[in-house]
Design a binder for this molecule. Structure first.
Ligand code: CDP
Length: 248
């Protein structure tokens, strides 16, 4: 959050944002499932100018063995930003930020993956950010969710993620880069299909009533994302003929 946030104009005379969106509108999202042949499941996702690639491996025997759990599979999640993905080169290798994002993203999936079915196994989720423009952790979670389905891993439902924030005194959905940089608050959220929140983070300040408004709006954002994820799954599995819609 920058100290010169008061100098930034976030809305035009019609109340539209710098990229022409309404406050409750998410950026356009494009999805392609099954883009990597060596991974068990994969997904390439663009959200506005964000470009991310998710790959899922497993369930496979967890190594090293001391990481195995007798009654269930472990989930590992690695979020990584390519050095060319941001304006200033991002330093390669893990950072405090990427470790934190990996941890909270793994926790966003733990309630939905049926880990009990695979004792001693590991399910590995890797996400590479190829181009970043604010909202990469939510884009990554949306791609990872579809890569898990593509890998055939049993889940209770999809996880959908979206950020909400406050810019120029207003609550808006899915912050873009200037809004993220100069806005007053940014809250990435992940939600299960049945409306349970599995990730909430917050950077900046909101009053309790603004927080409530933000949570209400972001759930609408997650629902919009869910519809796009479902459409991508239909396109992949119905178009490929891997899914028979007719029930005898
Ligand atoms: O990407 P996300 O909004 O989940 O995380 P963030 O830490 O709030 O970062 C916001 C944005 O800052 C990223 O999407 C990148 O565009 C940018 N960023 C950057 O330019 N260099 C970094 N080392 C980290 C983030």
């Amino acid at each position: 959050m920058s100290s010169n946030q008061n100098d930034v104009v976030f809305f035009d005379e019609n109340g539209l944002r710098t990229d022409g969106r309404r406050p409750d509108e998410i950026r356009p999202m494009k999805i392609k499932i099954g883009v990597l042949s060596r991974a068990n499941g994969s997904c390439y996702l663009e959200w506005g100018a964000n470009k991310v690639l998710a790959a899922v491996y497993g369930p496979r025997e967890a190594h090293p063995k001391r990481t195995q759990r007798a009654g269930q599979a472990i989930i590992r999640y690695r979020y990584n930003m390519q050095s060319f993905s941001v304006e200033d080169r991002a330093r390669p290798g893990p950072s405090r930020r990427s470790s934190e994002i990996s941890k909270v993203s793994r926790e966003a999936f733990e309630p939905v993956v049926l880990t009990d079915a695979y004792p001693k196994a590991a399910i590995d989720i890797f996400v590479e950010v190829l181009q970043a423009d604010a909202g990469t952790r939510t884009a990554a979670i949306n791609a990872a969710s579809l890569a898990l389905v593509d890998a055939g891993i049993p889940i209770r439902g999809l996880v959908s993620a979206c950020a909400v924030g406050k810019v120029g005194g207003k609550i808006v959905l899915d912050l873009n880069k200037p809004e993220d940089n100069y806005g007053e608050a940014d809250l990435p959220i992940a939600m299960t299909e049945d409306g349970k929140i599995t990730l909430v983070q917050m950077d900046g300040h909101l009053t309790p009533s603004e927080f409530e408004e933000a949570m209400e709006l972001v759930q609408k954002g997650c629902r919009q994302v869910l519809e796009i994820q479902k459409a991508a799954l239909m396109e992949k599995f119905v178009a490929d003929g891997n899914f028979d819609e007719t029930v005898e």
